[in-house]
Design a protein around this ligand. Structure first.
Ligand SMILES: C[S@@+](CC[C@H](N)C(=O)[O-])C[C@H]1O[C@@H](n2cnc3c(N)ncnc32)[C@H](O)[C@@H]1O
Length: 197
């Protein structure tokens, strides 16, 4: 799927979208990274690393952590392995099939591709803490969703922060929300498994 995602767009459409997308991605990566540094986990799973934009930053900022980074795109994994990041293992794997135990799962702009109920259910078995970025409804995200569906046939699941919070709380997580960017209505979610009383 990742190959398809990155293979199809024309040069013109990519040139048009790249500057804002790069800017948004940088903001999202900075917030995820600052939060990860505060948590200082030993074992991290990153889901959908693509060009390893975030992975490289985590690897540098947390040299004592061990990071498993998965993506369904074999070509992304090949390219990422060439970076030779010392504390990162890159694997071709599907999040929903992945097995393992981690301290934190981190993922930037990937969970918008998943059914939120199914994804939260899967997260429960992987780690006690999760850091994800999602997007709410705005003119930009509505346009981006149509563009994405046209280019890939895949839906982006835009979700309002309060709707996501209500779902995650019902599924046994404590939830903190942090705004990232008001144009793409992006926000970070910090999920923590509720401890039974
Ligand atoms: C929108 S890109 C985001 C990439 C990167 N995190 C970033 O923000 O630049 C989505 C990535 O998730 C990967 N992906 C999609 N579904 C996945 C799944 N079920 N398991 C693992 N990776 C997946 C795709 O191959 C693609 O590389």
């Amino acid at each position: 799927m990742g190959d398809l995602y990155y293979g199809l767009p024309s040069v013109r459409s990519v040139m048009f979208l790249l500057p804002p997308l790069y800017w948004f991605r940088r903001e999202a990566a900075n917030l995820l990274l600052q939060t990860l540094i505060r948590i200082n986990p030993k074992r991290i799973l990153e889901v959908g690393f693509s060009d390893a934009f975030l992975t490289r930053r985590i690897s540098l900022a947390l040299p004592g952590s061990s990071i498993v980074a998965i993506d369904t795109s074999a070509s992304s994994v090949e390219r990422a392995k060439a970076l030779r990041l010392p504390n990162v293992t890159f694997l071709v794997d599907d999040f929903f099939e992945h097995r393992g135990r981690y301290d934190v799962v981190v993922s930037m702009h990937v969970f918008v591709l998943f059914d939120h109920f199914k994804a939260l259910d899967k997260l429960r078995e992987l780690a006690p803490i999760h850091l994800l970025t999602l997007t709410g409804r705005s003119p930009f995200t509505i346009l981006h969703r149509s563009f994405h569906r046209f280019m890939t046939g895949i839906d982006v699941h835009i979700v309002e922060p309060q709707t996501y919070r209500a779902l995650a709380e019902r599924m046994g997580f404590n939830v903190l929300l942090y705004n990232i960017n008001s144009i793409e209505r992006s926000y970070m979610v910090l999920l923590q498994k509720k401890v039974p009383p």
